[in-house]
Design a protein. Structure first.
Length: 277
């Protein structure tokens, strides 16, 4: 079969996906070791039987719901191509808004930044790639995630990032940060979406946060004050329907200049606040 024939057959088998053709192109490009542009440039190229079998196997897993990022082992985020695994949440485009807002904050040239629940290291590494003089600490409670984030850090030689294990603030040395940023778990434990689509394959520990989805956001709002410098900022991602609750959490914990920003879909996605003493 040719590249074009394989892609067409795979897309037809994967009709439940809104990104059927893209899924097929990413998986075939992965198996062939080429970019998607190669597939479009050489659609008439014949594909040998071994490659066809491997591609078909991956497509069967995709049709069953496994995320493409887990199947190929990487996911693009910001300007980086990050290694991913089933130990971590797959970085989402919406989370890039955290990076954009953080980069716009009035921080010092050598700001100290803490990324809590770093997962793949996406947020910390994106910030580090843009602000080489920032001193960034990235932590996660899952040891496999810490190892993964460290591999991603080493891949881009971002020496202004330190990655280590911590259950939120538990292992953070006595230090004050100019910015604390986090994309914590924020889904209600009974949310029906947890049993649907790609999210079924992602770790529940990176998704679920108590009955109302706010357990970890409460902890961050309550405990950040002990680790923020004067005029330091807390910046968090949350669910589209949690903006009001998060703003209230920030207010009762002493934050000012509280603001919620919308994602590209016009949904409330991140909230930030400043702590002044």
């Amino acid at each position: 079969m040719t590249i074009a024939e394989l892609l067409q057959a795979a897309a037809e088998a994967n009709q439940h996906s809104d990104t059927a053709l893209l899924d097929s192109e990413l998986l075939l490009g992965h198996v062939l070791g080429v970019e998607r542009t190669h597939l479009k440039t050489w659609p008439e190229r014949n594909v040998d039987d071994a490659v066809q079998r491997r591609f078909t196997h991956l497509m069967q897993r995709r049709v069953s719901g496994e995320p493409v990022a887990y199947l190929i082992g990487t996911q693009g985020f910001w300007t980086l191509e990050l290694e991913v695994s089933e130990a971590t949440l797959i970085p989402r485009p919406e989370t890039e808004l955290l990076v954009e807002v953080a980069l716009d904050l009035p921080l010092s040239v050598q700001a100290a930044v803490l990324d809590l629940g770093t997962g793949t290291g996406a947020i910390a590494l994106a910030l580090a790639s843009e602000r080489k003089q920032w001193r960034i600490t990235a932590v996660d409670v899952q040891a496999p995630a810490v190892d993964l984030a460290e591999r991603n850090r080493q891949r881009y030689q971002l020496d202004n990032v330190t990655v280590f294990y911590s259950n939120w603030f538990a292992e953070i040395p006595a230090q004050q940060f100019d910015l604390i940023v986090s994309n914590p778990p924020y889904i209600e434990q009974s949310d029906p979406h947890l049993t649907q689509g790609d999210v079924r394959f992602e770790p529940a520990s990176a998704l679920v946060s108590g009955i109302d989805g706010l357990d970890d956001l409460r902890l961050l709002a309550q405990q950040s004050a002990s680790f923020l410098a004067n005029a330091g900022w807390l910046l968090v991602e949350h669910g589209f329907d949690q903006g009001g609750a998060v703003r209230e959490l920030f207010e009762i914990n002493g934050f000012s200049q509280i603001e919620t920003r919308l994602d590209l879909n016009g949904l409330e996605r991140i909230t930030l606040g400043c702590l002044r003493r």
